[in-house]
Design a protein around this ligand. Sequence first.
Ligand SMILES: [Fe+2]
Length: 494
Amino acid sequence: MSDEKWRILVVDDEETLANFIVKNITQDNLDYDVRVAHTGNDALKIIEGFKPHLILEDIRLPDMNGIEILKAAKALDPDVQVIMMTAYASLESSVEALKAGAYDYLIKPFKVETLKNVIKNALGKRKLQEENRRLLSELQKLNRELSIANEKLKLAKADVDKKLEEKIKRLSVLHTWSDKLSSELSIDSLIPLIVEGAKEVADKGDCALLLKENGAFEVKEVSGFDNLINKAERLDLRTQEEPYVIKYEEGEIKEVIIIPLETKEEIIGAIMIGNREDSTLEEEKDELSIYGNHAAISIQNALLFKKLERSYIESLMALVKATEAKDPSLRGHSQRVSELAVKLAKELGLNQEEIKYIRYGALLHDVGKIGIREYILEKPGTLSREEMEIMKEHIKIGEEILKPIAFLKPVLPYIRYHHENYDGSGYPEGLKGEEIPLGAQIISICDVYDAITNERSYADRMTKEEALNLIKNLKGKKFKPEIVDVFIKMMGGF
Ligand SMILES: [Fe+2]
């Protein structure tokens, strides 16, 4: 109820009383719009259209009981206020009326003042009820809005949680790969590892590693990327510090991100990652840039390590050469054994890492001879038993020389066991068959072949054919049969 008038319906079969009521309640109150009904049926019709706020009705009407009207009116509008009028002070009917929802009842005859007060109070209650209902509805609306907002918040939080989880997962992949890269010191193993890691960090299948050589980018390793090598030449690989995305129209690949590999001094190369999806790699620049930094540092470290390794080997080779210089027949022996052993290791299908250590092992197998007295090294003819025991010491001396050098640890067994025989008759431990490390067996056969085919102080030089025959005869005795077969075939023998 705001600006509209209070609608009041008076229901009484006594016309005079009805008119009296209307006159009295409207004379000093312009806010009341009052209608009158003299029968129950009339009243019901008016209620439907007029929608009264308050009904003042006689409890007994000619055509129906006032309680029926009250119930019908309440069914249409639960807030309607009903005041019953009765000529009989019947407690029973009054209680019934109140039970059915009447606001109050008046016993005829009543004073005008009493009537006015009851009406005023009933309308006051009605107003309060309407206000309550309005507030309740507003509260419900607010609650609904709050619940929608809550729901939205929940969804937004779930979205943030999911994004955060993905980010953590990606950072963890990045961290794992950065660790893997920094612990790989061999440049040959590092290059494919960088490509593998970049694919996982970016979660993409097309990746390539390019290194700068003589001012140009050379593709060193590629995975996926059909026709990349031709394409890379045409790509405008700029020399800049941050990753950048370029359009790439080749097959299904839509764009490529170039991640420069930068050291303190210069850009040494780049990682290229192809994207076949509609999303862009722009958003992953930061993580890929971190990965690129790790890759660049790892490459630099591996190259430094390689340089360091080389300088160690060169220093050790000086020792070997000093020994070889004592006996002219030994000159160049270690270098030749090394070349032969690498060739044999390749024939036997060993991997790059194993081949590298076989090369070092072969170069250094006799480094311990530096500690053997010259007269034994240079003695023509066979050594006495005592001299032979001294000669055997070169293995231990060699091990002692190389032991402090960490990167040569895998080489130590090759030095120690290069005089073991397949049948267990060798030294220092008399190892048999597969007990002898493969590298030591490879070095051993190449060592013997080179020694017997070159000038020696204690025996004549053999021809290649004689040497291969001798080696064949030692098959299963000094040497492992399969290695003998591969060696003879490799040397172009029978
Ligand atoms: Fe030796």
